[in-house]
Structure formats: C-alpha cells, structure tokens
Design a protein around this ligand. Structure first.
Ligand code: ZN
Length: 259
C-alpha cells in the first residue's frame, strides 16, 4: 500500500509536467491560469483533472464539448508514476531517489517538448527551453554539493558540453552546416552535472544508436529525408535506460568481453 502512494504522488507530479510541456515553449505561465479545454475554453474541474483516472472516465473526451484530449496527458502521468515508483523501490528515500527523480523529470519534459515543437509549424526545429537545460544545472550542482562531489559534477558538465559541441563544431567547419542543436548540447552538459562524466559515454552511445534506428525507420516510412529528427528525446530515453538498466547492461557487456 505504501509504495502505491508513491506511484500516485508520481502521477500528480506528472500532471504538473503536462502543464510545463504545454505552456513553457510558448512562454506562458506554468502557475496561472488553471487548465482549460483548448477547444471550448471551459475550465477543467478538479474531478476531471485526476491523473490517469479522469482520462479513462471521460474516455479521452472533454466533458463539455467532446473534443478529444491528447493521450499525452495520461501517458506523462503514467510514466512519471512508474519512474517515481521504481526509483523508490531501488533507493527508498535516499538522496539518489531525489537526484534521479529531478533529473528524469527534467528530461521527460525536455524530451517531450523537443518532440512536440519539432512537429509544430510554429517552430523551425524542435526546441529545448533554457529553463529546463540551463535551469537543471542548479539542482545538479546542489545535489553535488550535498554529496561532496562538486569537482565530479563540474567535470561532468564540461565533458558533456564538449562531447556534443566538438563533433557539431567540426561538422560545421567541414560542411558549413549546423550540426548539433544548442539545446541538445546544454541538455547533455546538464546531465553531466548530475551524473559526472563517466555515464555520459554510455548515454551518448545509446542515444545515437536509438536515434539512428528510429531515424532510418522514419525515413523508410515517410520518405522524408529533410525532417529534422529531434535528438533531445533520445538523450532522455538513453538516460532513463542508464539509470534503470545501466549496471546490468554494462556488466553483461563486460562479461561478453571477458568470456
Ligand atoms: Zn471542451
């Protein structure tokens, strides 16, 4: 029962992340006003705003105008509930729980915003708001201070910056074209401030691999070679994989090497 409450609390945070995802890229306040149906502008009542449950009860439609509600809402709530739950299972209320909870929350919002703005004609490419990427350095460094590993954190941020900045810089020198987006570079450096530099190699490798696989599939299906596939979601996904399965994967890899 106790751990189920952790899941519920996670979904409530997820509800707030939906607000951030929908408003931050447009420069709207994430505090006021309360949520409205984007179709009919009716204020959403508290009992229609219960994470996951309300979506199911309303069958994904606005109570007032029947406009469909994006499946993003329950998905973000469920995802946040699940990672909160599993972090608690792994760490209890240890500092690692809070550190990874904050990092995964930032990456979830940043990844979904990058994905959505890439599809949105109001934006040229996907964006990652500075509030999330640069803003994330603050909790990153605070956790490092608490854990007395500030040097590791600063080196992590620097290595994170260089790992993504240098390839893009060289690419630009050679081709004159923009390589890696600035938002991705800041996001990656921010992850380094939380995790130090060692995990960054795994995360970069996994995100590039995921991005390449999805990119090839996307081009094969859509025949569109020019669509700029955002990298932020893959950086986020790779960090999720690192936090939950990193040790397992790295140990399995080392076993193969030494077999
Ligand atoms: Zn409505």
């Amino acid at each position: 029962m106790g751990t189920f409450i952790i899941f519920i609390i996670g979904t409530i945070f997820g509800s707030f992340y939906n607000v951030i995802i929908c408003r931050l890229p447009y420069g709207e306040s994430i505090v006021t006003p309360s949520s409205k149906c984007p179709q009919c502008n009716t204020k959403i009542k508290w009992y229609d705003n219960i994470p996951i449950i309300s979506y199911l009860i309303l069958k994904g439609k606005c109570r007032n105008c029947n406009a469909s509600i994006s499946v993003q809402y329950p998905l973000i709530e469920l995802t946040t509930g699940l990672f909160t739950f599993f972090l608690y299972k792994m760490y209890g209320f240890d500092i690692n729980f809070f550190k990874y909870f904050v990092l995964l929350s930032i990456l979830l919002c940043a990844g979904v915003i990058d994905f959505k703005t890439a599809l949105d004609d109001n934006f040229e490419t996907g964006i990652i708001p500075n509030e999330l990427s640069l803003g994330g350095f603050l909790p990153g460094f605070i956790f490092a201070l608490i854990e007395k590993r500030i040097i590791v954190s600063l080196v992590g941020a620097a290595v994170g910056f260089l790992l993504l900045f240098l390839p893009g810089f060289i690419y630009k020198l050679l081709t004159g074209k923009e390589g890696m987006g600035g938002g991705d570079i800041k996001l990656f450096a921010m992850i380094g401030s939380f995790l130090g530099f060692k995990p960054l190699f795994f995360i970069l490798f996994a995100s590039s691999l995921l991005g390449a696989v999805v990119g090839v599939i996307f081009i094969a299906i859509s025949k569109n070679k020019d669509y700029p596939i955002p990298f932020g979601p893959f950086i986020g996904l790779a960090t999720f994989i690192y936090i939950f399965f990193g040790n397992t994967l790295i140990n399995a890899y080392l076993k193969i090497l030494t077999a």
